[in-house]
Design a protein around this ligand. Structure first.
Ligand SMILES: Nc1ncnc2c1ncn2[C@@H]1O[C@H](COP(=O)(O)OP(=O)(O)OP(=O)(O)O)[C@@H](O)[C@H]1O
Ligand SMILES: [Mg+2]
Length: 374
């Protein structure tokens, strides 16, 4: 798929902007702080209902405005769709597809698909396990938009189970009154059921992406690998792959940890505690890989995501935010060759020279709030 037109109102630094887009490579070039990333961030938001830079919507709304609008015309084969999101921080966001307002924001997922690589992705390698879980979960949602529902069910069940555990912990500390734990049994089952579904999707994904990540790393940094991804569940008892098996194992692990869960008042078992271990050669990348290696690793993960989504059908838009300036000439050329044939590739760079020559295509100058085709 590709975006044929992007339209923003009160999004970040833009009061209004209209950007007609072509398939193929488009580069947004302009000095720092002029609004290049803001443009691609908006495209990414349509694909994930979130920003790659901030966890809440408030910073996305132009200072002084009370809501932002992102609108895109999207072409997939012969099909043309118009998607629109209205961001209302503190209130529910609204969505429209082809001008119909009878849709939830979640229904928009799957129309715009992106794989976005940005400097923030260094955190995939160097950051907390939560960064890697989010990477996996966003990708399973891109593969299968209905997983957005499973993710939010899981978050809800987890919150409610934690609330229950917290009050059990309090009751215990203040002595006397003990809780009726049969309610907890019910939440165990909910958590295990939704957790098993999420977990099986993550395991599937890791298996699918592992060889692609290794291949991408080899292309970017020949001889520097191999790259291995190891999924580490929250408990050693969780070893299965199929949903039923995972359900049973999650249930068993919760029985095992129930005592400490009640002591601490939080859920200690489940996909929210899992880790994706990234290995480079024999060592974990986190804590061992150099800056350049970590950067290539994160990029390899995104290129692998891109390969996977492409192979599964509907081709995503590839967004490369400020990527080329960080790479040496050889890696720059390699990356450019890899991505040049993409259906739509959006690139940002501070100066023209950072965009490799093989990436010919449309150029826009971004400066002082205007986006102009050159
Ligand atoms: N909610 C907002 N309201 C108004 N302005 C905003 C808002 N959020 C961000 N900005 C402004 O947008 C600008 C940043 O835009 P952006 O991140 O797109 O820059 P860029 O062109 O990608 O720069 P760089 O080359 O440094 O990456 C900053 O000047 C910032 O002050
Ligand atoms: Mg930027």
């Amino acid at each position: 798929m590709h975006v044929t037109h992007l339209s923003l109102a009160d999004f970040r630094s833009y009061a209004r902007v209209e950007v007609p887009l072509d398939p193929g490579v488009t580069a947004f070039v302009g000095p720092n702080g002029q609004g290049k990333t803001n443009l691609v961030e908006a495209v990414g938001y349509l694909a994930t209902l979130g920003s790659h830079r901030v966890s809440s919507d408030a910073p996305l709304v132009r200072m002084g405005a009370d809501r932002a609008i992102i609108r895109a015309n999207v072409r997939q084969g012969e099909r043309q769709q118009l998607v629109e999101l209205e961001l209302n921080p503190g209130k529910a966001n609204r969505a429209r597809i082809n001008r119909s307002s009878q849709v939830r924001p979640r229904d928009v997922l799957g129309i715009v698909r992106t794989v976005l690589f940005a400097p923030e992705d260094l955190a995939l390698v160097k950051g907390d396990p939560g960064e890697r879980r989010r990477f996996l979960d966003e990708l399973i949602t891109a593969r299968s938009p209905r997983m957005a529902g499973v993710r939010s069910d899981y978050d809800r069940v987890l919150r409610q189970r934690n609330t229950l555990l917290k009050s059990a912990a309090l009751a215990r500390r203040h002595g006397g009154r003990t809780m009726d734990l049969s309610t907890l049994d019910v939440w165990d089952q909910h958590l295990a059921r939704v957790g098993a579904e999420l977990l099986s999707q993550r395991l599937d994904l890791v298996a699918a992406i592992q060889p692609l990540a290794d291949k991408a790393y080899e292309q970017l940094a020949p001889g520097g690998g191999p790259v291995a991804l190891e999924y580490k569940p929250s408990s050693p008892e969780i070893t299965g792959h199929a949903r039923e098996e995972l359900y049973e194992q999650l249930m068993a692990a919760m029985v095992e940890t129930r005592k400490s869960e009640i002591e601490r008042g939080v859920t200690l078992v489940g996909p929210h505690r899992d880790e994706l271990l990234l290995k480079l050669g024999e060592l974990p990348a986190k804590g061992y890989a150099s800056h350049g290696e970590s950067w290539s690793y994160a990029l390899a993960l995104r290129l692998a995501s891109y390969d996977l989504l492409r192979a599964e059908g509907n081709e995503p838009v590839l967004v490369l935010d400020d990527v080329f300036a960080e790479l040496d000439t050889r890696r720059r050329e390699r990356l450019a060759e890899l991505v040049a044939p993409g259906e739509q590739v959006l690139v940002t760079a501070a100066v023209d020279d950072d965009v490799p020559g093989v990436l010919t295509g449309t150029r826009f100058t971004v400066s002082g709030g205007t986006v102009e085709r050159v």
